[in-house]
Design a protein around this ligand. Structure first.
Ligand code: BDR
Ligand code: CA
Length: 327
């Protein structure tokens, strides 16, 4: 089977970490590089947390490039309230070996890579700062990347850091606006409308413990803080794991569906970071995005759990169905 090549731009981050675990171990995916953006935590912590995952999976060979802690125009506001001061649920994991990252900056690498390659997609799981900088340096990036999937924004669902804005686009709205306006390829927007349907619960964790205790132990450690945050602020038992859904949809388009539209991002005022989706074509502008609005949670949970637990898909599918863990 030929694997799909991807570069993951991320800000690990609890759900980014779950997405990295899912992508790196997926039989259909080849992660050719990881680029770190500011976001959930400053890039130094995002880098360290990436290596926590790479070490866990014995994949320190994947090259990692680092961005800056500077959104294009705004001051940086992290989401350490959501992900913990260490960005990974306040575990302060220790690495067995020193971090080795690439000298080239994340943006320079992306600009360079997509001046030569046309067979690789980008999965963006954080603020679009690195992508915007790379696109400014290489306007061909959008044309040359195979697909561009971004976890971010929201169509009808409420925001998660203001009444109307989702964190990734709110953190660097100017970058998001620039990428929507200039990528020249439809951004496949996996926003809060569908990620809110993916709630990882203590029951999922209990199931994982029974199938693969080692993986469950790590996942339990990183999601505990996230559970508490969600109970406190959203009054739900469990946590919304946004980022793995972007991967799942990239791997299998049947997992989510929606519509094509022109989309812009608000860069000032009380709606800062909001995605304005022109569903009814008021602006008469060509569609620059595919807005995903519905999700097949059964397909998601079956694939995600199968890969994370190193289990057999038919067994996992049966278990999740009988335990009521796939909706
Ligand atoms: C997004 O913001 C971050 O906190 C998560 O990692 C995810 O990418 C959700 O709004
Ligand atoms: Ca993220």
């Amino acid at each position: 089977m030929t694997k799909e090549k991807i570069i993951i731009d991320c800000d690990p981050g609890i759900d980014d970490t779950l997405a990295l675990m899912y992508a790196i171990q997926h039989p259909k995916i080849d992660v050719v590089a990881i680029t770190i953006t500011e976001g959930n935590s400053p890039v130094e912590l995002g880098l360290k947390n990436t290596f926590v995952t790479l070490e866990l999976l014995n994949r320190r060979n994947i090259p990692v490039y680092v961005g800056t802690n500077e959104p294009l125009e705004r001051d940086f506001v992290s989401a350490q309230d959501t992900h913990g001061m260490d960005g990974l649920g306040e575990n302060d994991f220790e690495l067995a070996e020193p971090i080795i990252y690439q000298e080239q900056s994340a943006a320079a690498f992306l600009a360079d890579y997509f001046s030569k390659q046309t067979d690789t997609s980008i999965i963006a799981l954080g603020p679009l700062t690195n992508i915007a900088r790379a696109l400014k340096a290489n306007p061909q990036l959008g044309h040359n990347c195979k697909r561009f999937v971004s976890m971010g924004g929201s169509f009808k669902s409420h925001g998660n850091c203001s009444p109307v804005a989702e964190y990734n686009y709110w953190c660097d709205p100017h970058a998001a606006q620039y990428v929507f306006a200039n990528l020249g390829k439809k951004i496949e927007m996996v926003g809060l409308d569908i990620t809110r349907k993916i709630v990882f619960t203590p029951n999922h964790l209990e199931y994982m413990k029974r199938i693969n205790p080692e993986v469950a132990d790590f996942v339990g450690k990183i999601t505990g803080f996230y559970f508490d945050f969600h109970w406190h602020y959203e009054h739900i038992i469990g946590c919304v794991i946004n980022d793995p859904l972007a991967l799942a949809y990239f791997i299998d388009k049947n997992i989510a569906s929606g519509f094509d539209s022109y989309t812009d991002v608000v860069c000032e005022g009380i709606a800062l970071g909001q995605t304005v989706v022109d569903q009814y074509d008021f602006y008469h502008k060509p569609a620059n995005s595919t807005i995903l609005t519905s999700v097949d949670t059964v397909l998601f949970w079956n694939d995600f759990m199968t890969v994370l637990l190193h289990a057999q898909k038919s067994v996992v599918a049966h278990d999740l169905e009988t335990l009521g863990l796939n909706s």
